[in-house]
Design a protein around this ligand. Structure first.
Ligand SMILES: Cc1ncc(COP(=O)(O)O)c(C=O)c1O
Length: 386
């Protein structure tokens, strides 16, 4: 296990002020990412073209290579920077070779970023099939009942934003591969929390914004597109740097770049990419398997304590990652009061509504949280009077 006190002191000074259990909404950037972005912003102000060429270009190469290594992609050409999960998944949805009557399956409780891009294809005659959630997520058994000969895509969040359900990516990937279905993973709640191996898990496309599990700034993320899949995709949104002969700006030739680079959407967020890379390096140093074990343990502990206090859990034991959601058991207004009360006591969590619009509260942990923080949380929430 890594050194928690050192991590908290060196990288997450907010931990001296706040009990932050809201990483599934937005994570703090570690100090090293902040420092790197400040450095990059300073150089952009002083000598932008030199900074872009001398520092930016090598960083971009490292960005592709280190993310590829992290998720075990076949190579850096399978990675492309994106602005958000939703932007990435919209790009994929719009570039698929689909016919009217084809269908796409995803779990009925996917976050909109992994639902709306597919639903936008309904206007082209594509059918959307919502797979009923089992224990808060997508299972092979439930999927099997809806997949047929016209299914083309299965999309899933590696960890569900509301239930915290952790998908069995290996089983889902094998299911998709056996049937020739495109397997698309939204990894924003998972990528910095648990090990993802895109080759072993037979993942075709994986997208993640930076601001949650990766502890990177918002507005920057990455997408993985398996090489063989990329060649079958014809982008509809085409950046000037997404075409094969892109440097000859006036060729006006839309032949896509090989690999994931066909999804380049203009000049990338260089400052944000510097930040993301530093965050990724920290997570890799800590070791994502250690983070998984540790944060899943914190979540299990939180689940137990909340259940003891009478809160009804949505999150299922044994099938979660670092997200825990419970029914507040209160009216909407009183749930808001609970969240504000905790905030006044220096504790950050968030309210979410269930599909039935019942108010719930969600706690989400990351690598530097502690059981002592859980003790304090428990002591404070116990005294809440609506
Ligand atoms: C599972 C999931 N996907 C995507 C998003 C949003 O991602 P982005 O803003 O990068 O599109 C969220 C945000 O809560 C999420 O929980």
């Amino acid at each position: 296990m890594y050194d928690l006190s050192k991590l908290r002191a060196e990288e997450f000074p907010l931990s001296t002020q706040t009990i932050y259990f809201n990483h599934a909404s937005i994570s703090p950037v570690p100090q090293r990412a902040k420092a790197k972005m400040q450095w990059s912003a300073e150089l952009l102000a002083q000598h932008p073209s030199r900074h872009f060429m001398q520092d930016g270009l090598p960083m971009m190469m490292a960005f592709h290579q280190e993310i590829a290594d992290f998720i075990n992609a076949a190579g850096p050409q399978e990675i492309v920077p994106v602005t958000s999960t939703s932007a990435a998944l919209n790009q994929i949805a719009q570039s698929l070779p689909l016919q009217a009557g084809d269908n796409i399956c995803f779990c009925e409780i996917e976050f909109p970023s992994n639902a709306y891009p597919w639903m936008s294809l309904e206007r082209d005659g594509i059918e959307i099939r919502h797979v009923p959630a089992v224990n808060g997520g997508l299972t092979v058994e439930a999927l099997e009942l809806l997949v047929d000969a016209r299914t083309r895509v299965v999309a899933v969040s590696a960890v569900q934003f509301f239930s915290g359900h952790r998908a069995d990516l290996q089983a889902l990937g094998e299911f998709c591969q056996q049937r020739g279905l495109l397997f698309v993973v939204d990894a924003i709640q998972a990528i910095g929390h648990l090990r993802i191996d895109v080759q072993a898990m037979k993942i075709d496309v994986l997208a993640s914004g930076g601001q949650k599990s990766l502890m990177a700034p918002p507005g920057v993320g990455f997408m993985y597109v398996r090489d063989a899949v990329a060649e079958s995709l014809t982008p509809r949104s085409i950046g000037p740097n997404a075409t094969r002969d892109w440097l000859f700006w006036l060729d006006y030739d839309l032949t896509p770049m090989p690999g994931a680079a066909r999804f380049m959407a203009g000049t990338p967020n260089v400052v944000g990419m510097f930040g993301l890379l530093e965050s990724l390096r920290l997570l890799r140093e800590l070791d994502v398997e250690q983070i998984d074990q540790y944060t899943t343990g914190l979540a299990a502990e939180a689940l137990e304590r909340l259940a003891r206090l009478g809160y009804r859990p949505v999150t299922q034991r044994e099938e979660h990652s670092a997200i825990v959601t419970v029914e507040s058991g209160l009216s909407d207004d009183n749930t808001n009061r609970l969240v504000s009360y905790l905030d006044e006591h220096g504790i950050s969590i968030v309210k979410h509504w269930s599909p039935q619009r019942l108010p719930h509260v969600r706690l989400s942990f990351h690598c530097y949280n502690t059981t002592e923080e859980l003790d304090q949380f428990e002591a404070i929430i116990k005294d809440f009077q609506p």
